[in-house]
Design a protein around this ligand. Structure first.
Ligand SMILES: Cc1cc2nc3c(=O)[nH]c(=O)nc-3n(C[C@H](O)[C@H](O)[C@H](O)COP(=O)(O)OP(=O)(O)OC[C@H]3O[C@@H](n4cnc5c(N)ncnc54)[C@H](O)[C@@H]3O)c2cc1C
Length: 561
């Protein structure tokens, strides 16, 4: 598809985050022809760097109860269509001490009673009021143990759900492709094309890996580029302010294991609510929320952001100071624009902007929203597209049609026994792929050598790496990491990136040196995001190891960079 305008579609979607992939799926389910362009990788932006909660957000209950309602409602739907991707994360809110909630426990209790009304929508358990003894029983590490609990009046527990945001985006994109959509990753939209009267007629895009450019004729174009939306408006030659967001940077610090049984809510030095949560097989500390006007394609946590979170969480969970931090994540929220309020006070609601008002009919921007309510947002967008295209109104089915892998339960134990693989590896495989783990198992049945473990930390099998390269648009080691969590554990990819690069080179028929180059890029990027968290000595060791690798690879690496 390079060079000339050969493709005709109903809708071209720009951006492969949860909103872009969500609308792509809904559009194809309702019979529209569609194409998606993602400049980096699926879930590269906020969707792959969120706190990974499909939650109602109790903190929105006071000012924005509709956001809580829609998020809880959609959380229930997402559980139904992708049950394999959801995991329960119960939280506790300790009350009374410095660094905790200071409002009287009766009020906090009443607040969560109000939140309970939304729990059935997402199959959550009602909250429970806890005495200090009960708090220590379920979370012995709180305040370093009962002796540190002086002043504590008790606590409240409430129920949430976690999700792997990257897998959610990939699942939506795979489903759309199976219904006829085209998906192009590492392909940036350079221009949104309009005719002489301003009507949108398609996009011009460039594949950043091959350099090929191409044009697509599209009757409608959806700007789902999150925090990049304002820049994308420029590509349509309309005023950037017409797709304005209030970009809010948020970071997380990742620890090498699950340190707590529950998520724990804490108060940072400035009174902001922060948390530590057990998430997949690690612990995550989050999050910050600061206006951000830097490079959206290279967002990184800084050491002061890391310290801010650790110091805040240490008030309620002192062991965090000696726990092993292994990395950071950073993303930018595409929050609805408002001038004045602090970032935490901004609405998490979503909105479709119809750029007919800017003289560009056929162009729409999806602004704001949450991972937890992406499906409802996509439904709203698709309803508008159907009306604009003059198609018969077709009911949305994204709340009932399973995402790939969610159609039935796969047996973790059965998979482990049949393939003779480690129970944890089987369990993680089933978590990521649900029923589709059978397809990976079929590869291993045919080629038993693909049962080899490539990444020990996660763990990840060779068959899965080959599968995501062949079936899920993984083109680089970073892409494989996003889909499988390869290289994101304690060793930061030092043990697996090179092998992963080799496999990618084989699968994509690239020269081995290109695989090595990719591995080095991954390690360099990982080291940069880890350096602010792992401590000086380990950061130095990693820098040395990477420098040695770079020297080994020599000009092979340098020439492509
Ligand atoms: C720190 C943090 C924590 C969060 N925690 C939660 C949470 O726990 N629960 C929750 O519900 N929500 C959470 N959110 C919010 C949620 O992640 C976002 O609202 C949501 O992911 C936005 O999705 P999106 O698709 O609009 O944007 P993004 O995921 O940012 O996707 C936009 C994509 O557009 C691509 N792009 C940009 N320009 C172009 C171009 N010209 N051509 C092609 N592609 C382009 C980018 O590469 C990017 O991948 C959090 C957000 C952050 C930052």
């Amino acid at each position: 598809m390079s060079g000339t305008a050969v493709v005709e579609v109903d809708v071209a979607v720009i951006g492969g985050g949860v909103n872009g992939t969500g609308v792509l799926r809904d559009a194809t389910l309702r019979g529209l022809s569609a194409i998606l362009f993602e400049r980096n990788d699926l879930a590269f932006g906020a969707s792959g760097n969120s706190s990974g909660m499909i939650h109602g957000g109790p903190r929105y209950l006071t000012d924005d109860p509709e956001v809580t309602r829609t998020s809880c409602l959609d959380s229930g739907h997402i559980q139904a269509i992708a049950p394999h991707l959801l995991f329960r994360v119960p939280f506790v809110v300790p009350i009374g001490k410095e660094g905790t909630e200071r409002t009287h426990i009766d009020l906090v209790d009443a607040f969560f009673e109000a939140y309970d009304a939304f729990q059935p929508l997402k199959h959550g358990k009602p909250h429970a009021r806890l005495t200090p003894d009960e708090l220590f029983r379920i979370e012995p590490g709180l305040f370093g143990g009962p002796a540190g609990g002086e002043g504590l009046t008790g606590g409240v527990s409430f129920d949430e759900w976690g999700i792997d945001g990257s897998r959610l985006c990939v699942a939506n994109a795979v489903d759309a492709r199976e219904r006829g959509a085209r998906v192009h990753t590492h392909t940036t939209v350079e221009a949104i094309l309009r005719d002489a009267s301003g009507v949108v007629r398609g996009v011009r895009a460039k594949d950043l890996l091959t350099g090929a450019t191409f044009v697509v004729n599209a009757r409608t174009v959806v700007n789902a580029t999150g925090a990049w939306s304002t820049l994308t408006a420029l590509a349509a030659q309309i005023a950037p302010a017409s797709a304005r967001v209030r970009p809010g940077k948020g970071i997380h610090v990742v620890f090498d294991r699950r340190l707590t049984n529950y998520g724990i809510i804490a108060r940072a030095i400035d009174g902001r609510q922060i948390f530590i949560e057990p998430w997949q097989n690690v612990s995550v500390l989050g999050t910050t929320d600061d206006d951000y006007y830097g490079d959206l394609d290279d967002v990184r946590a800084t050491s002061d952001e890391v310290r801010y979170l650790i110091e805040g969480v240490a008030n309620v969970f002192p062991a965090i100071k000696t726990a092993r931090a292994i990395g950071t994540t950073a993303g930018v929220r595409p929050t609805l624009y408002e001038y004045g309020p602090g970032e935490d006070e901004l609405s998490r609601d979503h909105r479709v902007v119809d750029h007919a008002k800017d003289g560009a009919p056929g162009l729409y921007s999806m602004i704001g929203g949450k991972l937890a309510s992406y499906r409802i947002f996509a439904e709203l967008m698709t309803d508008i597209l159907i009306a604009k295209l003059g198609r018969a109104a077709t009911p949305c089915r994204t709340h009932v049609a399973s995402l790939p892998g969610g159609e039935r339960t796969a047996s973790r134990r059965g998979l482990a026994e049949r393939l003779g693989i480690d129970a944890i590896a089987a369990s993680r495989l089933v978590y990521r792929h649900g029923a589709r783990s059978e397809r990976i198992a079929e590869r291993i049945a045919e080629k038993p050598q693909e049962a080899a473990v490539v990444c020990l930390c996660e763990p990840v099998l060779e068959a899965e790496v080959r599968y995501v390269v062949a079936n899920e648009w993984a083109a680089t080691v970073d892409d494989v990491a996003r889909r499988t969590r390869l290289g994101l554990g304690a060793c930061g990819g030092m043990r697996c990136a090179a092998r992963c690069g080799q496999i990618i080179a084989q699968e994509r028929r690239m020269a081995p040196r290109d695989g090595a180059r990719q591995a080095l890029r991954f390690l360099t990027r990982q080291a940069a995001t880890r350096a602010v968290a792992v401590g000086r000595e380990q950061a130095q060791q990693e820098a040395l190891a990477i420098a040695a690798l770079r020297a080994d690879l020599g000009p092979v690496v340098e020439e492509g960079e």
